[in-house]
Write a protein that binds this ligand. Structure first.
Ligand SMILES: [Fe+2]
Ligand SMILES: [Fe+2]
Length: 197
């Protein structure tokens, strides 16, 4: 598995995501084994270059939208789910959905999707201001933490003139404007969050 997940740094990130996903799953009554599995496998395709991600989609007849065509790196989430199914025999649609949604979020995230999305964004290897606040929030308020992460990501991207994915925009509309307790301190830096990873 280590070879599939990739370089040591990526493997260490996946282990941390699995641990945080397990912690959040336990806090919210979600199945910890499913959360850990999705966390371990979520970045299986993260190290694929853009042309390979596009080719993997073409091979499987997966249609992609304009944003994905312009930012193929986000496809590592959808291709990661395919690899989890094909290489590791994962048939649990909930686990596959969590892998698929981990990068951009979605307007209709399941609790498992939310746990893995937040674990990826808030694992201790992330360095942006507000990470710990949001992780604490995530232990008792998944929606509030998602709102905070989405807002941080969107404001980071907009501040640099970068596009926000339609799925993320839809998720922002669903989870609403950030509540006062979900706003990380000013100066939030998301460079290694929405790079995206
Ligand atoms: Fe990722
Ligand atoms: Fe990741």
């Amino acid at each position: 598995m280590r070879a599939d997940i990739g370089q040591q740094q990526r493997y260490a990130h996946s282990v941390r995501v699995a641990r945080i996903a397990e912690l959040l799953a336990r806090a919210h009554g979600e199945n910890t084994r499913r959360a850990r599995l999705a966390g371990m496998l979520h970045d299986l395709a993260r190290l694929y270059p853009a042309d390979r991600l596009l080719a993997e989609c073409a091979t499987r007849g997966i249609s992609i939208d304009d944003f994905e065509r312009q930012h193929p790196v986000v496809l590592h989430a959808r291709i990661g789910a395919e690899l989890a199914r094909e290489r590791y025999g994962v048939t649990d649609e909930g686990v596959l959905s969590a892998i698929r949604a981990h990068t951009l979020g979605s307007p209709d995230m399941s609790r498992l999707d939310a746990v893995v999305f937040l674990a990826d964004a808030l694992e201790p290897g992330r360095t942006f201001d507000g990470r710990e606040v949001l992780l604490r929030l995530a232990r008792h308020d998944l929606d509030g933490a998602i709102r905070g992460v989405l807002e941080s990501s969107a404001s980071y991207l907009r501040g640099r003139g970068l596009a926000v994915a339609p799925l993320t925009t839809a998720a922002l509309a669903r989870y609403g404007a950030p509540g006062a307790d979900a706003i990380p301190p000013n100066g939030t830096r998301m460079e290694d969050h929405f790079c995206p990873t």
